[in-house]
Design a protein around this ligand. Sequence first.
Ligand code: GDP
Ligand code: MG
Length: 370
Amino acid sequence: PDTLTIGELAKMMKRPASDLIKKLFAKGEMYTMNSEISYEKAEEIALEYDILCTREEKVDVIEELLREENENPEDMVSRPPVVVVMGHVDHGKTSLLDAIRKTSVTSREAGGITQHIGAYQVKAHDRLITFLDTPGHEAFTAMRMRGAEATDIAVLVVAADDGVMPQTIEAINHAKAANVEIIVAINKIDKPDANIDRVKQELMQYELVAEDWGGSTIICPISAKTHEGIDNLLDMILLTADVKELKANPNRNARGLVIEAQLDKGKGPVATILVQKGTLHVGDYVAAGACSGKVRAMLNDRGMRVKEAKPSTPVEIQGLNAVPNAGEIMVAMDTDKEAKDFAATFISEGKNKLIEETKAKLSLDDVFGQ
Ligand code: GDP
Ligand code: MG
């Protein structure tokens, strides 16, 4: 369903429905327990009405609404899978992300200068795959803390000459807790001491059993060095995406997540946003955590200016009034006021200070130029 009832909203807000109905009535809005409202209306109510006392409570409810928000099945359109690469240190995560980027069609396109925005898209069989390549995957962790599910598939890199190590196990646990599909990439198969079967054996302890061993885990032997098996890995990612039937509604206000953000001397605050639903446009009013603004310019993962970004697309946006935190939810709103109100809900004392600092820094940069 793309709606919820006042009763359900009250439950989320942990308040008696009668209190909520009375408050709304006082503002001239008539509802009953079973009145159906849109998720957007629910967010508005949660933000506006003084039923939730503390900021934390408001943030909790808003975040829950953003997560739960469902869409009408007819509006849903297929979207690219969002993939994160995880694994033990030195097993080849960075090398794999580089290898994929290099072998992809996208980076060979004219004008395709790859810039680092914490995520990129590649094309395989004319279909897009989005990879998050944030160092240390802080964004992934931050998103998980917020319960926001940014990724669809985790590629677990395990070195064939080293096997399952502590961070491999950690990654497995993370992915499982987040309900993310795991595809195993056994890397470094070019090495003389590579032992694929030993890795498969070790993985069985963690309920990751290869398909040819009677299980259901996709295990791809690869070499990030020689690029052997990379195409097959991309095929397996697309296959997994097909099974999951990943969809989103592109025709609505955008919702997304902050992948990374920083203060750029020339551009001001810049944030890489992974659009999850809707379409983000230049000129949209947005809020991300405690920050808000109007999207002044958008760059894609190749540093090219774009006017809009559809679901599963990473873009760098300019125009926020401060630097948001990785993992924060970004919303596009119809008006400047709504965006500011949304941001205000997320503002704590610390955040307020951050915004003031950013403003001060920006004006100094204006004075001294770059
Ligand atoms: P990360 O810590 O998981 O990001 O690992 P890196 O990508 O930095 O790789 C660690 C080391 O392993 C580097 O010296 C890479 O050159 C090397 N390496 C990565 N993939 C392969 C591979 O497929 N074959 C070989 N022989 N070396 C690899
Ligand atoms: Mg690395």
